[in-house]
Ligand binder design. Sequence first.
Ligand code: GUN
Ligand code: ZN
Length: 435
Amino acid sequence: MTATLLRGRLLSFVRRPEGIDDTGSYRYESDGGLLIEDGRIAAIGDYADVRRNAPADAEEIDHRPHLILPGFIDTHVHFPQMQVIGAYAANLLEWLHTYTFPEECRFVEPAHAARIARHFYDEMIRHGTTTAAAYCSVHKASADAYFAEALRRNMCMIGGKVMMDRNAPQGLLDTPEMGYDETRAVIAEWHGKGRNHVAITPRFAITSTPAQMEATALLAREFPDLHIQTHLSENDEEIRFTAQLYPDAIDYTDVYAHYGLLGPKSLFGHCIHLSEREADAMSEAGAVAVHCPTSNLFLGSGLFPLKSLVRRDKPVRIGVATDVGGGTSYSMLKTLDETYKIQQLLGERLNPFESFYHMTLGNAEAVSLADRIGTLEPGTDADLAVLDAAATPAMALRMEIVRSLADELFLLQTLGDDRAVRETYVAGKPMKTVI
Ligand code: GUN
Ligand code: ZN
């Protein structure tokens, strides 16, 4: 058995913070010890207590004065879009057609997919992200590359071969049969292998015919435990076009509901412009609205009403995500910084504890994996991020007068990025310093 004892300031959430003074929502150890055995957290507590009960030969790593948190979780990202991040476009549909679809066509080449997958995981690790739910491209080779690289790094990853059979270039289209068969093949080859989770992934209603939606419905019935991921209500033009393509649906959400895709493992990217009826339907189904703030601002899609969706009588489950390459940063710190600013514009406050809850436990709950990741609870996987709030000269200067944990977290969120991530552990192994 391999045992490692980390020393540092430990922060882990137990539930959503109700306010900035809600100290019961998290556990904080100012001189903490975290014992890791065989890739899992074996004990957490005051350093001296954990040290006393740890194996005598446990390797000790001192991360003081830094914070040790659960690794960040990104609940919506496109791994084939790494080379179109920051592409100049007026809106979603122009961005897709001008840059993104042509770029994704290149993933028909397995060698290209494998190369970008390596870069993708390097970027995740660099930014302290230990789990992501990613869209691959339409090509099975892209899903193979994505999951093979996750397996090699022993990372807990969710992903899916995108299904799309219309309204895109020929090189990016499958058919209802191909989408079904290849998704089944990806499930057979990768689901449950290592820490891999396969998601059923119709891109969005615009790029799937009703026949393909029937095929996704069949997959959802055959594999009820799998995640489902797609896009919903991101952009006004997208919403109008969807209504034309599915004239019998009550609204956009109803398109997916009709095909049995609305459930507790369903992750819907964006959900900016939902009606009350749609929010009720999402809530009743336990489906997750995934907020992608840097993308929503970059593409001018709109302001996601996070706080009001959480506060409503029928609350909607929330995930937060980068949405690279529509999103403009791989950093979950930067992502929550933009979430904060969007809430400011909507007249709402998002306190720093809520932000860090979302990056960790909140997103683990969103992807229904809180029993394995997102906390420092004994028995869960030792996926961790070590954060330095004085990582840059500007941060160090600001830190000189910071006195509270809340202010330190807020500083990390506001000025932090990959430079603030000192180390990233995956199943107990330090990964960042060895990239
Ligand atoms: N809707 C359909 N595909 C995409 C995509 O790749 N990115 C974003 N932001 N929205 C989408
Ligand atoms: Zn997306």
